[in-house]
Design a binder for this molecule. Structure first.
Ligand code: TNX
Length: 527
């Protein structure tokens, strides 16, 4: 890997301002394998190639117009480029007027839309104009993909071998997302993932303009978030995982750290405590949550549907109120996910009554409730959200009443399904999901009575029964998470599998520089 990177350093090195031996200046040629303008993922709404190159040097200043949220993007860029040019670029506030020549200017304008941006790279400078602060961040991620892949490697290592200017091809990109919700879910309950693992996933999401990370924080096999008022949840219930590994949990300080790290990358954390089923870890930790008053043994298998909170007991709702209150207080995002899936031990009436009551608790703590699509028959508030996962069902009655839907249909969007018969980890119950299968579908055409207007967006869940490490996570997520990211971002009419697979194949050098353990699917012409 080192040799490949050394070669790309030479290719992108240039004469001016570079210490040591001058190298020939090379501009990416349109239409060639190294042409980053042709290989953006997700595909922008419009890309106009222009003549020339802008060269970023240690003297380039990044100006931002707007408050702290704009400064975040400026700092991200300053640090990222700084590692290549030898020192972080200067970041300064800018009050408008004519942009100083030779600078990178981050600003905003009306009419571009939430999350959208215009990126203008000219030989005289770079401007990113966002519809809002997240739009600027998305523009920065596009700019990042236009820069030499060696920067990814250097960002990871913390320094460049040979500091040098960074060339960016001239281009005008106009872009905005199809959906507001572009999500991924990590199941940290079946196998625990460390804070660093989660941050790594956040970084990979940010590169692909994903903006919601749903954390599945509790299930039968483990409880992963500290709750001060119910400490045994993590002391006892956090001590196991599937196949008997050591488990683990996030302290409240660690959870806040994850939330902040994600927020700095314009990603909202969506916490899930699955209930009333998938609760064995809680039932093992507190005897009073069981109808018979007996604590259950801890569980490390992979069956589903056998556990349920005692929905007739008042203490159950005291427990839920405490859990939702403590987690909501640490979560700036608008949503609290209550799970609600795969309950096999309650009557339909008991189940509905439970969801209705929990919805009130979630609302009393200032959050909107999300639940898996089993919650559809409850009396949902207009603000509640259904996460659709079961192929061949439809929540159309709830949608007709105004419910919004996150599309996560298992036979397309589940990253824990195998790619093909050779995949060593993963499951097959929903489908075998090749890269094309994960890309080539329209979320607005999946379920009868669930049209585009009812969709908040798309989310790709990754359940962790068969994955133990971040390496496993990366292997199942990539390249399919990039496919889902484009599906959630790019207008349906502009997405073509034959075009996508070529652009995806061109990501391999950047992903290799990032140290990403992606699956080299034979469906993709990897470069
Ligand atoms: C179904 S999807 C589940 C999870 C499993 C997953 C495995 C959903 C809401 N429930 O409990 O982990 O299948 O693919």
């Amino acid at each position: 890997m080192f040799r490949t990177l050394a070669v790309s350093l030479v290719v992108f090195a240039s004469i001016s301002g570079c210490a040591g031996k001058p190298a020939p200046k090379t501009v990416p040629t349109p239409g060639t394998a190294t042409d980053p303008v042709a290989h953006l993922v997700p595909l922008p709404v419009s890309v106009e190639r222009k003549d020339g190159v802008f060269e970023i040097t240690p003297a380039t200043i990044i100006y931002f117009n707007g408050g702290n949220h704009y400064q975040l993007s400026a700092r991200f860029l300053a640090d990222f480029i700084g590692l290549a040019v030898g020192r972080p670029l200067a970041v300064e506030g800018w009050q408008g007027g004519t942009p100083p020549p030779g600078a990178i200017v981050l600003t905003y304008a009306e009419g571009i839309g939430e999350g959208g941006y215009e990126l203008n790279v000219a030989p005289s400078g770079i401007t990113i104009t966002g519809g809002n602060s997240s739009g600027v961040f998305h523009g920065v991620q596009t700019l990042r993909q236009l820069m030499p892949v060696a920067l990814e490697y250097e960002a990871l290592r913390g320094s460049a071998r040979t500091p040098r200017p960074v060339p960016v091809p001239a281009v005008v990109v106009r872009d905005k997302p199809r959906f507001a919700w572009r999500g991924a879910m990590l199941d940290v309950a079946r196998h625990f993932m460390t804070v660093d693992d989660v941050k790594r996933y956040v970084d990979l999401m940010a590169l692909h303009k994903l903006n919601r990370l749903h954390l599945h924080l509790a299930d039968d096999q483990g409880w992963r978030i500290e709750i001060s008022s119910w400490p045994n949840l993590t002391q006892h219930g956090g001590s196991t995982e599937v196949m008997g590994g050591p488990g683990g949990f996030y302290t409240q300080a660690q959870y806040r750290d994850i939330v902040q790290y994600a927020a700095d990358r314009f990603i909202t954390i969506v916490p899930e405590i699955d209930m009333p089923g998938h609760t064995n870890a809680a039932l093992a930790s507190y005897a009073e949550l069981n109808c018979d008053g007996q604590a259950k043994p801890l569980y490390t298998g992979t069956e589903v549907g056998f556990s349920a909170l005692c929905v007739e007991k008042d203490v159950t709702y005291k427990f839920i109120d405490d859990v939702v209150r403590e987690i909501s207080a640490m979560t700036p995002g608008a949503w609290f996910h209550i799970g609600g899936d795969e309950v096999k031990t309650l009557s339909a009436e008991q189940y509905r009554g439970f969801i209705n009551r929990v919805q009130g608790i979630v609302q009393s703590h200032g959050k909107q409730m999300i639940g898996w699509d089993e919650i559809a028959p409850a009396n949902l508030l207009p603000t509640s959200v259904i996460q659709y996962w079961r192929p061949k069902t439809t929540p159309k009655e709830a949608v007709a009443k105004g419910a919004k839907v996150i599309m996560s249909v298992a036979n397309r969007a589940y990253l824990d399904m195998k790619y093909d018969a050779t995949t060593p980890i993963g499951l097959t119950w929903a489908a075998i999901i090749g890269v094309k299968d994960s890309y080539d579908w329209d979320p607005a055409a999946v379920a009868d009575g669930v049209p585009e207007a009812s969709l908040l967006g798309v989310e790709a869940p990754l359940w962790s029964e068969t994955l133990a490490t971040i390496n496993d996570v990366e292997f199942l997520a990539f390249p399919r998470l990039a496919a889902i990211a484009e599906l959630a971002w790019t207008p349906q009419s502009q997405r073509q599998w034959d075009d996508f697979r070529v652009r995806l194949g061109a990501q391999s050098s950047r992903w290799t520089a990032l140290g990403l353990n992606f699956y080299r699917s034979p469906e993709i012409p990897w470069r």
